[in-house]
Design a protein around this ligand. Structure first.
Ligand code: C5J
Length: 219
């Protein structure tokens, strides 16, 4: 199927395409997690939940592959370099005890994907120690094993983990489409700049489109 995207139509072959949902975890979306400890207003990110859920449900109905990622570290922090842990002046650092458990640590309540988008059986969950979903993870192998060629992205935050993951995917040969109303940033200006950067120069990183266009094409 052809999706009316920017800067030009995106060819989507459902059997060769995965839906990739980046870091829709409590640590970024709910109060008391990593996002808030950095001084951000997490309610901005909550606004994309309904649109994101609608696409996820439609994708599931069509039997498409769904990948969820979580920014997540080992409890001993062996995969969290000091350069990451010591960056900035957050109220709580990665690994510190917060109201939803240890910040960004695998298995803690705050590290789980929010209830509305919780993974179901058969979906792939990738724990990633970096901003990009391909760095130090099995994601590329999981996609190659299933002959996936294209990725549809949703999730947070647009200019950090989503854009980084799209750039990594693009370099590995995947065509990437980002759903504009299913991604968000704590900084609205950064979101719009990231969308522009991604689709500039003839889709140098990928394409963007509103989710309604994809949903209409899937009907
Ligand atoms: C950040 C992310 N912003 N998931 N992580 O640190 O974008």
């Amino acid at each position: 199927m052809q999706i009316k995207a920017t800067p030009f139509p995106f060819n989507l072959e459902p059997a060769r395409t995965a839906l990739v949902i980046i870091d829709m975890q409590r640590d970024f979306i709910e109060p008391g997690g990593f996002g808030e400890t950095l001084g951000n207003d997490v309610s901005l990110l909550q606004a994309i939940i309904p649109a994101t859920q609608k696409v996820l449900h439609a994708w599931r109905r069509q039997g498409g592959l769904v990948i969820h990622t979580r920014e997540s570290h080992r409890p001993d922090l062996a995969d969290c370099p000091p350069a990451k842990r010591n960056r900035g002046t957050p109220a709580l650092r990665i690994g510190d005890q917060g109201p939803m458990g240890r910040i960004l640590i695998a298995g803690e309540p705050g590290n789980q994907i929010i209830e509305a988008l919780a993974p179901i059986e058969g979906e792939v969950v990738i724990d990633k120690p970096g901003k990009g979903a391909f760095y130090a993870t099995a994601l590329h192998g999981e996609l190659q094993r299933r002959a996936i060629r294209s990725l549809v992205f949703m999730g947070v935050t647009t200019e950090v983990c989503v854009q980084t993951s799209m750039r990594e995917a693009n370099d590995r040969g995947y065509d990437c489409l980002l759903l504009e109303d299913c991604t968000e940033s704590y900084f609205p200006g950064f979101k719009s700049a990231a969308l522009e950067m991604i689709r500039a120069q003839g889709a140098i990183v990928g394409w963007t489109a509103p989710s309604a266009i994809l949903l209409a094409a899937m009907e």
